[in-house]
Design a protein around this ligand. Structure first.
Ligand code: RTP
Ligand code: MG
Length: 140
């Protein structure tokens, strides 16, 4: 498996509780490298576009309002099999179902406020990275 990149967001519940360093430590301990990182305030338009696939879901409004409720940290992570590796390190969407040691098991408060986002495929990772980073922002 070649080196791969994935897109990550440390969500507003992580910044609110001052957990960005603790989450980054888990990411780095898993062997993923943070090759780009920026703290931003997502606009409603950015959040709606980012989560467009969920626009018909009942939780869409709540999700957009949460993602714009405070600062987030957007990141590009790099490593062997980074997409699948990060999904494993994040744990299940619902923290109650997440495996021991995963970010969501350790830190997440609820299925909505679940601390991190990670791309679900290499193809989506490319699309998501391009929404927030230029090639020149990434230093591998
Ligand atoms: P993400 O996209 O944020 O990495 O999370 P995921 O793949 O594990 O979960 P996904 O199904 O893509 O859902 C996206 C985000 O929507 C919120 N959500 N709320 N209230 C609910 O039932 C519910 N279900 C999903 C979560 O913030 C989830 O991460
Ligand atoms: Mg998802």
């Amino acid at each position: 498996m070649a080196t791969e990149r994935t897109f990550s967001i440390l969500k507003p519940d992580a910044t609110r509780r001052n957990l960005t360093g603790a989450v980054n430590a888990v990411i780095e301990e898993a062997g993923l490298r943070i090759v780009a990182q920026r703290r931003i305030r997502m606009t409603k338009e950015q959040a709606e576009k980012f989560y467009e696939v969920h626009k018909e879901r009942p939780f869409f409004g709540e999700l957009v309002s949460f993602m714009t409720s405070g600062p987030v940290v957007v990141q590009v992570l790099e490593g062997e099999n980074a997409v699948a590796k990060y999904r494993e390190v994040m744990g299940a969407t619902n923290p109650a179902q997440a495996a021991e040691g995963t970010i969501r098991k350790r830190f997440a408060e609820s299925v909505g406020e679940n601390t991190v986002h990670g791309s679900d495929s290499a193809e989506n990772a490319k699309i998501e990275i391009a929404q927030f980073f230029k090639d020149s922002d990434i230093a591998a």
